[in-house]
Design a protein around this ligand. Structure first.
Ligand code: NAP
Length: 277
């Protein structure tokens, strides 16, 4: 599994960092409120930290936490030398301003790569960190030697977290990229021309077999619930799988890659903050 391989590499480099420099990378995870899905994601991130040898700190805040309290915590974490990465689990409760919180995180500790400085760097192709989900997708493509150059790539979804950076990373590797969204016309036809189709819609089994070209590579970013409350993706896996050359399953697939990339980013942050190559 690609994610296991990435985590193994991070674990080995972490050991080296400890032995050579006495440094243990540290990740702070902040969660506000009691959203069950967010709780699962936070637990998975903490487990991954343990597995690769990082220090992890969880800050579980009450759902009524004020913007000021949250910003103060972020400021404190920015200044904490043993914390190299800060992650604020999104979405935040409605009364809190996601954007202001993200902008308060030091770009050097922004291991999600959501801060405007890091987003700008990604646009320019000169980045320290890449956003975890799109970077995880690229890592999978590399692992399976799937070349993007010159291919028709279609990304469904244009969120700041997945769709937009995903499109940018495919473009950096010379894909011919189309971004689709809720106002796109002829969506099925556009998708059916894709050599590489990335679904980041947030709607269960949204991509059906008629939208997929024979032999296409299909990447399912979705983490949705089907009619029985079971975790599923944006792609109708059972009916699409025989049509494509590669397809990522849900669960599995992109989810574990996102966490593996978060570990990679935290390690990189620790190295950058300590001026280690
Ligand atoms: P989001 O912010 O809700 O964005 C969804 C995008 O899909 C929007 O751009 C929206 O278009 C588009 N869309 C909605 N309905 C559509 C339709 N009928 N036709 C075409 N486009 C449509 O979601 P997100 O944060 O990007 O997440 C997308 C999915 O990925 C979710 O299932 C989420 O849980 C999952 N996810 C997984 C991971 C992971 O690690 N695997 C990480 C992050 C997210 P408009 O912009 O026009 O509204």
């Amino acid at each position: 599994m690609v994610s296991a391989q990435v985590k193994e590499q991070v674990k080995n480099q972490t050991l080296e960092l400890k032995e050579k420099y006495g440094i243990t990378p540290g990740l702070a995870v902040v969660i506000v409120g009691d959203d069950p899905a967010s709780r699962v994601y936070v637990n998975n991130k903490k487990k991954a930290c343990e597995a690769v040898g990082f220090k992890s700190e969880e800050y579980a805040l009450d759902k009524n936490t004020t913007q000021q309290e949250l910003l103060s915590l972020v400021k404190e974490l920015n200044e904490k030398p043993d914390i190299n990465g800060i992650l604020v689990q999104l979405p935040l409760p409605n009364h809190l301003d996601d954007k202001a919180v993200i902008e308060a995180i030091s770009p050097k500790k922004d291991v999600d790569a959501f801060h405007a400085v890091n987003v700008g760097k990604i646009m320019l192709g000169e980045y320290d960190f890449l956003p975890c989900t799109p970077a995880g997708v690229m890592e999978m493509l590399h692992y399976y030697n799937i070349s993007v150059s010159g291919k028709n790539c279609v990304v469904i979804g244009r969120s700041n977290i997945v769709g937009k950076p995903m499109a940018m990373l495919l473009l950096h590797e010379n894909g011919t990229v189309t971004i689709c969204h809720s106002r796109t016309q002829n969506l099925a036809e556009i998708c059916s021309r894709a050599d590489i189709l990335v679904a980041a819609v947030g709607k269960p089994k949204f991509v059906t077999a008629d939208m997929v070209k024979e032999g296409a590579v299909v990447i399912d970013v979705g983490m949705d619930r089907d009619e029985n409350g079971k975790l599923c993706g944006d792609v109708d896996f059972e009916n699409v799988k025989d049509k494509c050359s590669y397809i990522t399953p849900v669960p599995g697939g992109v989810g574990p890659m996102t966490i593996a990339t978060l570990m990679k980013n935290t390690l990189k942050a620790a190295k950058l903050q300590n001026n280690i190559d």
